[in-house]
Design a protein around this ligand. Structure first.
Ligand SMILES: [Zn+2]
Length: 296
């Protein structure tokens, strides 16, 4: 499931502009650095056309595996706002900020104030730290994060307060609609479990009154070993699991075996970890639609 990305040549313009961070970009937009795809998407919701966003983790790269290089620090040198999720999602954030932060930089740790969900599995804890970092995938949590971003943008550009507030209200209303509709359907659903291949949906599950059951270790390195596959099939049969959610359809043979042997199908959910240029509400509406369908 790892994705690879190669660095392209850094443009001369970026290297030059890094020398003077007091100068606004030629477009007159607020220069923002977002840590990865989802933070970029949320910042775009609130900042709209008033921001110019550069993502630290490039599109298509798995943020859990990202290691910043010296030239990535230049992006922050030139930014007015740095938006990151926190809660251990960006293990590199402290290091980057201690060497690249400057007086003109406003830092938004979007997950600040969100009630963290502890990670139970020891294996997972070794990889991700004590708390589940996927906060932006909870709908209520995403509203919190968007509010933190709104406040950061207002500090960066008080003249545009009204626009940021208006954008936040629109976002928040849209998210409330998705959440309230989903909660109603789930309240009368037969299942209360959300079975995932990448344990990224604990906040969404909490928000929707479901419990996340992760079968992550069976999926961790692409094709699961035979023993894991047998475990997974027994799990599905015993719990009458009909849908397992992953980020992308992986091995079609695995999906076929699961369907034939256990009557369970593989369905995808989008974590927005690597995606860009999408609308948060559109992605989540689709994610939630699939989940509601699966627990019926
Ligand atoms: Zn993740």
């Amino acid at each position: 499931m790892k994705k690879y990305w190669k660095y392209g040549a850094l443009s001369l313009a970026l290297l030059l502009s890094a020398c003077g961070h007091e100068t606004p970009p030629p477009s007159g937009k607020i220069p923002v650095v977002a840590s990865f795809g989802a933070m970029e998407i949320l910042t775009k919701e609130i900042g709209g056309d008033l921001v110019q966003i550069d993502s630290m983790v490039p599109a298509g790269m798995e943020p859990h595996d990202f290691e910043p290089r010296t030239k990535d620090l230049l992006k922050i040198k030139n930014a007015r706002l740095f938006v990151y999720n926190g809660m251990g999602m960006e293990h590199w954030a402290d290091k980057v900020l201690s060497s690249a932060s400057h007086d003109n930089l406003i830092i938004v740790e979007a997950s600040k104030g969100i009630q963290p969900i502890p990670i139970v599995s020891e294996e997972e804890r070794a990889e991700h730290g004590n708390y589940d970092p996927h906060t932006w995938l909870g709908l209520s949590e995403a509203k919190e994060e968007a509010r933190a971003i709104r406040d950061g943008l207002i500090s960066a550009s008080p003249d545009n307060r009204e626009t940021f507030e208006k954008n936040y209200t629109r976002f928040s209303t849209e998210i409330d609609e998705i959440r309230n509709k989903a909660r109603k359907s789930i309240a009368v659903a037969r299942r209360k479990e959300l079975v995932t291949g990448h344990a990224a949906f604990a906040y969404l599950a909490r928000d929707l009154n479901l419990s996340q059951e992760s079968v992550e270790d069976a999926f961790a390195t692409g094709e699961p070993p035979a023993r894991k596959l047998i475990e997974l099939m027994e799990y599905c049969k015993a719990r009458k699991v009909k849908t397992i959610f992953t980020e992308e359809i992986m091995d079609p043979a695995l999906a076929r075996t699961l369907a034939e042997e256990a009557g369970a199908r593989i369905e995808t959910l989008d974590t927005m970890e690597t995606a860009d240029h999408e609308r948060y509400a559109d992605v989540m509406r689709e994610n939630v639609r699939k989940i509601v369908e699966a627990v019926k």
